[in-house]
Write a protein that binds this ligand. Structure first.
Ligand code: BGC
Length: 767
């Protein structure tokens, strides 16, 4: 036996010895070599054209074929959804892949196309696989038949980092199962203006929370770069969440203080989590478009933060440096500025390779810039195992998309994301005999939100269908009151009113439409911004007319950004903010209405009463609303951190203990009701006196806890002294000695908080 083993070992040694010389010239193809050596070997073999080719991303051939009739060349500059390249068709694109002129694709349709593209890439001189990117923002929604989770603003309302991590993990699995490797997520912009259509893509208005939840996404996506993981992309760098007029991509002027206190921290957190890529933002910052912003892309990202991944441009934004911003006189100069600032990949199409090649040859762009970007892109491909296997087994894809585990997760996430805003005793609905479901969002796919394409009807549960499932179906009626928010149909509204009598309760489902496949009907989402935050169309009238017939109304909001209607807040006894809860929205909403699920979500963004109050955020400065409006309240409609439960939680006995490098706060929370529920406990601090003004409150930690009926728990929070730091007049990161106020409770609203003070007896400098 021993002899036999030795003989086998000799044979194996012989085979491997024989193979090594064969691989000697092809170290990059040898999976047993370390990644750095593989990259060096491959870089040595690449021409400058091939290196720049890696920096070029195109939309996929099938997408071009589908859209080429829709767009003329110039229209590309304004379009955000469809891409086409005049003069380029699928055949020509394939030629480019074979020549090594394309390193990446986006908007690939499905696994079949992904595999086909990789097959072509294998025929290129060096056989470098393609890196395929997609906007898998809240599930892999741009591909048909996938699991759609609540949009980011809904996910953030769960205040459940672990759940958010699981959602990212499941999303990554579905993305990989379709032959894609890179998601343009997380969006870690801080949303400070509800008029902005992209609020739903964010985790809300608090920098700490956004950074922390972004990390959960980044870690969930990237894992250990196995074949079930994808690389993540922290976007959009930076400050697009407070556009000066509310419209996407409009200019931002920020002080370095605001940049460092609000906008940069969530991105820095992604660096700490190892995020592989960054995407620059559409907007200009202090007069310089993000895509040509050396201060941001080079000085901060590369030099200060030591980011060694790569930056991808956003859709047509290098082109817009010249065409829109007029910072340069032509495309070539835009490429020059962008690449020299730190841009590593051009998102979308031709017109990048040729000028960049010339610029390098002319000595205007250092070769090192190209090498750095190319090496990082190759690293992603090696890490993800694409050189070993760029293909996906198509026979397995179906079993991974929308599988039972992912469905369960989507339902659970939806349940936790929904926020109960008002309950004058109407909820949960107590054994209603007859329920009417109506309103423009009651029976359609708007619950899916932005960044999804049409999903099979069988995979989506509308609100009406959810009620049919959860309640006795024969007790639930639906009346179509008209679905269009922009072109309302008053006949349908009147028809609804005429049939609305005789119900125990009416559920009116209102809100907005973020569906990108209903482009002309969209009222929210990317590039769909508003000047107001009220309800569009005849929605308010619908509720008011129904209220004349029946006061037992629950308004369910399905929307991607805060919407405010003071009349509804004052009059309607039950209001639910459902956001856009995804594939299982209907069931989750109905279960909450019925009381089978105890609502637990809390807002992560402030709801003003009117757009005129904007900016209105919880972490405002002391003087923000010192003077009052004469025509509107100076407080929010709904506060950051706010949300009701069917349980009743009581906070008491805060206790503070000094630790070696920080503090521990313990707080007693009691569930005074008999109903088990989840509470989201929030910890805010305030620096009482400081050398520059500080916000009235800053969230420094939160915990989601479960309490049985009657149960009491002591919840500990720990924070370090550095958590209290801010930038002084000299922009040094410091903690100044003095008194601090800690507020703990169920929302940022004063009456929901109890307080305790502590003191720091010396100064700290963290620079
Ligand atoms: C958006 C990005 C997105 C990209 C690719 C752009 O319009 O701003 O967030 O990743 O399109 O779809």
């Amino acid at each position: 036996m021993l002899k036999f083993i030795i003989r086998i070992a000799k044979v194996l040694f012989f085979i491997s010895a024989f193979c090594i010389p064969k691989l000697n010239g092809q170290i990059y193809k040898n999976p047993n070599t370390n990644i750095e050596d593989r990259i060096t070997d491959l870089m040595d073999k690449m021409t400058l054209e091939e290196k720049i080719g890696q920096m070029c991303q195109f939309v996929a051939p099938a997408h071009i074929e589908k859209t080429k009739s829709r767009l003329k060349g110039e229209e590309l500059i304004y379009n955000d959804q469809w891409g086409t390249y005049p003069g380029l068709n699928a055949v020509k694109l394939n030629e480019k892949i074979k020549k090594g002129e394309i390193g990446s694709f986006l908007h690939v349709k499905n696994v079949v196309e992904a595999n086909e593209l990789q097959k072509i890439a294998q025929k290129s001189r060096l056989g470098i696989p393609l890196l395929i990117g997609i906007d898998a923002i809240h599930g892999h929604g741009m591909v048909k038949g996938t699991t759609i989770f609540p949009t980011q603003i809904g996910l953030s309302s769960t205040w459940d980092d672990q759940l958010i991590y699981e959602v990212a993990k499941a999303t990554a699995k579905e993305v990989r199962a379709t032959g894609m490797h890179w998601t343009f997520s997380p969006n870690v912009e801080v949303a400070r203006d509800p008029r902005w259509g992209r609020v739903g893509e964010t985790f809300g208005e608090d920098p700490m929370l956004v950074g922390r939840m972004g990390q959960a996404f980044t870690k969930g996506y990237q894992g250990n770069f196995s074949d079930e993981n994808v690389i993540a992309c922290a976007k959009h760098f930076i400050a697009g969440g407070e556009p000066y007029n509310g419209t996407n991509a409009s200019p931002i002027d920020v002080s370095e203080r605001q940049l460092r206190e609000i906008w940069l921290p969530p991105f820095k957190k992604q660096i700490e989590a190892g995020v592989f890529t960054f995407m620059a933002s559409h907007n200009e910052i202090n007069g310089v478009p993000a895509h040509a912003n050396k201060f941001l892309l080079n000085d901060i990202l590369k030099n200060e933060w030591k980011f060694d991944g790569f930056v991808v441009s956003d859709w047509m934004d290098i082109e817009r440096i010249h065409k829109l911003h007029k910072l340069t006189s032509d495309k070539k100069e835009s490429v020059l500025k962008s690449v020299n600032s730190g841009m590593g990949m051009h998102m979308h199409g031709p017109g990048f390779m040729k000028p960049l090649l010339e610029l390098v040859e002319e000595g205007l762009v250092p070769v090192k810039k190209i090498d750095d970007a190319c090496m990082s892109i190759l690293k992603a491909k090696f890490l993800l195992g694409l050189f070993e296997n760029p293909f996906v087994d198509q026979s397995k894809t179906k079993s991974i998309l929308f599988n039972e585990g992912h469905k369960e997760l989507a339902l659970n996430a939806a349940r936790k994301s929904i926020v109960l805003l008002k309950n004058n005793g109407i909820l949960p609905l107590n054994n209603p005999k007859k329920i009417l479901i109506t309103g423009p969002n009651a029976n359609n796919h708007r619950i899916l939100g932005d960044w999804t394409f049409k999903q099979p009807d069988a995979n989506v549960q509308t609100v009406y269908q959810g009620f049919q499932k959860v309640f006795d179906e024969s007790n639930v009626d639906f009346i179509n009151s008209g679905e269009s928010l922009l072109y309302p149909d008053d006949t349908k509204l009147e028809g609804t009113i005429s049939k609305a009598e005789g119900y125990d309760a009416i559920i009116v489902v209102l809100g907005s439409n973020s569906l990108r496949f209903q482009r002309k009907e969209k009222t929210c989402g990317e590039n769909v911004d508003r000047s107001q935050i009220n309800l569009l169309g005849n929605q308010l009238r619908l509720v008011q007319e129904l209220y004349k017939i029946n006061n037992n109304i629950v308004v369910v909001m399905v929307n991607g950004r805060p919407l405010s209607e003071p009349w509804i807040t004052e009059n309607i006894p039950g209001i639910i903010e459902a956001w856009e809860p995804g594939s299982f929205a209907g069931q989750a909403i109905a279960e909450i209405v019925k009381g089978e699920i105890n609502p637990s979500g809390k807002l992560t963004i402030t709801f003003p009463h009117h757009s005129g109050q904007i900016p209105m955020v919880y972490n405002q400065k002391p003087s923000s609303f010192f003077r009052k409006y004469i025509d509107a309240p100076s407080a929010p409609m709904w506060h950051f951190g706010y949300g009701l439960s069917y349980s009743e939680f009581q906070y008491s006995n805060p206790y503070i203990t000094k630790l070696a490098d920080g503090f521990m706060i313990e707080i007693e929370i009691e569930n005074k009701s008999s109903i088990e529920g989840d509470e989201i406990t929030q910890l805010y601090i305030r620096d009482e006196v400081s050398s520059v003004t500080r916000p009235l409150k800053e969230l420094i930690d939160y915990k989601r806890i479960t309490l049985k009926g009657g149960e009491k728990k002591i919840i500990p929070f720990e924070f370090s002294i550095e958590d209290l730091a801010f930038y002084n007049v000299d922009m040094q990161k410091v903690v100044e000695s003095g008194d601090f106020l800690v507020s703990i409770g169920s929302s940022s609203r004063e009456e929901d908080l109890i307080q305790i003070e502590f003191n720091i007896d010396k100064n700290f400098n963290y620079d």
